[in-house]
Design a protein around this ligand. Sequence first.
Ligand code: SPV
Ligand code: MN
Length: 599
Amino acid sequence: MKSSFNFLNLLVSDKMIKKIEMLNNPNVEGFIEKIVELCNPYSIYLVTEEEDKDYIRRKAIETKEEIPLKTLGHTIHFDHPLDQARAREDTFILADEKIPFVNTKKREEGLREIFSLLKDSMKGKEMYVGFYSLGPKNSIFQHLAIQISDSPYVIHSENILYRLDFDDFKGNKQFLKFVHSKGELDIRKRRIMIDLKEDTVYSVNTTYAGNSVGLKKLALRLTINKAVKEGWLSEHMAIIGFEGDKGTHYFTASFPSGSGKTSTSMIGNLISDDLAFIREINGVARAVNPEVGVFGIIQGINSKDDPIIWEVLHKPNEVIFSNVLMTEDGSVYWEGSDEKRPEKGINYEGPWSSDMGKPASHPNARFTVPLTAFRNLDENYDNPDGVEIEGIIFGVRDYEILIPVVEAFSCSHGVVTIGASMESVRTSAVIGKGDEYEFNPMAILDFMPIRLGEYLRNYLGFCKKLKKVPKIFGFNYFLKEGNRFLNSKEDKKVWIKWAVKRVEGRVDAIYTPIGLVPSYEDLKLLFIEVLNKEYKMEDYEKQFTLKLDKYLEKTERILKIYKEIQAPNEVITELEEQKERIISYISKFGRKLSPLTFD
Ligand code: SPV
Ligand code: MN
């Protein structure tokens, strides 16, 4: 059969033509044609099978987007100094109405702007077209996606992070579309336009993966929109299996970027470190990882605290390091590593030496690796049916208020007063000022493409569909007294153990106005069991004293936000009830409530 595919004046091999004809998918042809016409590349290369991955690895090196390092499979990539993190201000949801907390731009205007920036952007360059599956193949969770880019680094990252899947595009299938061009890397003209109407995202003048690798955070905007329409959840969450006395229990965990999600994922069996698709199947919440790789923060990774990641980053294996220091002998160094700090090297700003008094690597420097490199990978990581979720963790970076662990009274109490009430200190994963508290419900606000109230309505509706409801926990690893953290890094293992025991029904909890908290006696035993450490009563008291006045202020702050945006009644009611409970406790016990006086 003759294809109607119109190659214009493009250099395309017969092999590529055959591939396209084989698909017999007019949507795919139409999409590629449209982008060819817009971006005007010199040639086109379809990434559809294993051998194409080799081609892309070679191209990444030939174009100097990546530099090979001395360990086999390791390369380094540098992003522009002003392009080291997600660019919130340059990222727009195309919508004709204003939406609170969403950076919108009128659709026509946004499309006009991005098309003019993409016009002829690939002139003289090769255009790569990658075909992927978000989520396992042969699965109800699956979404197909195509990434077009002129950057071998971007396609290389996609090849590591996602499942290559060409065959599933056969016929008239729908798919998500991502168009990226490095353009001139003129950061002033960096734009990311998200078109929910056409399930398409355009990105230009950037290479930082959070802005350019479509299937990661750009796809998240599209899938949140789909999930809310279709009654499932697309979340910024890790998926982890924790061992209990009665076998493995799977949890999802949502933390704002740079606030403990990856380290939490390493405590159990890894399925996902960043994203989750969750569906109700026969009354049970089941989840899959849309990805098969990790794009993780490297700063602070050391052999003692992070032995698994350390191993992944030091053995011969496919790794793209980005924005770390490259040394003369072809190895890398990052801040917080326990290797000796080199005297000099090259980083994303050019030559670096220790006497410059600057960090050797960027705080948002990253590594890109396949999941299969991790020795704690869970056997179900690619299971088309997903895994049953029994616990949900919402964690924040809060130095002042929240206690280390609390369990919600119910699904809606947890969703509203823990997940939807998250306030967390901003980290270097987003361009801009650090160290400010931000309202960040479900750690997903940066990716919210629709009204937050609609998103929460769907979440609460999801709770109601479940016959087996996961327990919801709030975590905070970052509580301080003055400048000192009240917990050590490894204490999180104890909070997790407690949560697992709660899921198994093997431990009691104490009622407080904000939720259920662990007793001193139980934690004392768990500290011995998990860390072989003595847990002092005075530490418990410091960590778990409820600052009721602060909790009240927080509840009022959040309530105000949700009243202003006319959130669903259930959201308002949960918060008002929480407020009343806190007020009544303050009148009985005062502004602070020591856990030792808990009943
Ligand atoms: C995050 O910042 O949440 C990440 C990395 O997972 S990025 O791809 O930049 O979003
Ligand atoms: Mn993330």
